[in-house]
Ligand binder design. Sequence first.
Ligand SMILES: Nc1ncnc2c1ncn2[C@@H]1O[C@H](COP(=O)(O)OP(=O)(O)O)[C@@H](O)[C@H]1O
Ligand SMILES: [Mg+2]
Length: 377
Amino acid sequence: MDDSMNNVIEIKDVEKIFGDNAVIKKINLNVREGEFLTFLGPSGCGKTTTLRMIAGFENVTRGTILIAGENVENMKPYQRNVNTVFQNYALFPHMNVYDNIAFGLVEKKVKKSEIKERVNEMLTLVQLSGFEKRMPSQMSGGQKQRVAIARALINRPKVLLLDEPLGALDLKLRKQMQVELKHLQRKLGITFIYVTHDQEEALTMSDRIVIMNNGNIEQVGKPDEIYEHPKSKFVASFIGESNILEANIEKIDRDKLTAIVESGTITVYGKNMAIEEMVYISVRPEKLKCSITPVDGFTLKGYVKEHIYVGSIIKTVIELPNGYRLKMNSMSGTKLLDIDQLVYVYWNKNDAVIMRTKEEKIYNIIENVPQIKEVGL
Ligand SMILES: Nc1ncnc2c1ncn2[C@@H]1O[C@H](COP(=O)(O)OP(=O)(O)O)[C@@H](O)[C@H]1O
Ligand SMILES: [Mg+2]
């Protein structure tokens, strides 16, 4: 089957320029029917702008957006088969819950009896049955956000766009709403495009994550792919914690590469690398190990500097001779190394990722990105 048939949204070479500021730099992305897709990136990277271009609140400067195969260039927001949920809820303050949710259908002059039926269905869906007569001012943040979601879903959009919808809620409620939203999305099978700057939220909720940085798409992938195989230094450092070493490839023996870091040698596996090539090697703190005797292939030495207790894990800081501080996590209860103890740092095959520094450029068309090389003993 033609893969493009499953794409509900196609973003092709889309750019957005405000004045002379290119805030979106030629991005390409396909959104699949029924998926929970999250745009994740630091504040100001262009998440909201991208969402607003899909919704039709903002024009594209160049490029094309297709929704369900149709070019939406000349379509007004209400003509596109999408609805948006904003962070600030944007409820009508003078209308009760029932009227807020019914609003879209009243505008479309849907029959009263059908409106009633569909509003009730939505109230059940967001667990607000019995709240019909309440005014927004009489409701909590979480309840108001549920009304906003019901109001958007009642139009039965193909795609629901959510721009940091839980940002104003306290942590406990946010966690609860994350689970509820995910269940809702599964149950309805509607495509959700979700925007957040919270990596944990993105990792928990998404089928796929789009990592944005400075108007570019850096990587698109499933949460575990993004976490285990970051394709750039930015992704490796933005998602979770990473130890990132700059290294130079000294020797190549088929896939086995010897790389030199400032204070020692490490052995890595990788394809298509060149002698003398500068690379980044990224190792997660939970994958880093150390030994008081040298380990085959590794001569990277450091000194144990600190142990920090964080509940179930202990974070150990190992300082390299050049001053770079590596983080190593171990389970509480593990025997701790002495402070100032000399150790050799190493890791297991496949537990580190090697990234080209010269490919520290941006990947626009993710499908064409070369495979990540893995590092190992
Ligand atoms: N209407 C606008 N006019 C000029 N610049 C804008 C406008 N909207 C957004 N920007 C700029 O575009 C960049 C991306 O903004 P935005 O999409 O809101 O980022 P995010 O949602 O990721 O925090 C920012 O630098 C922001 O200042
Ligand atoms: Mg935003």
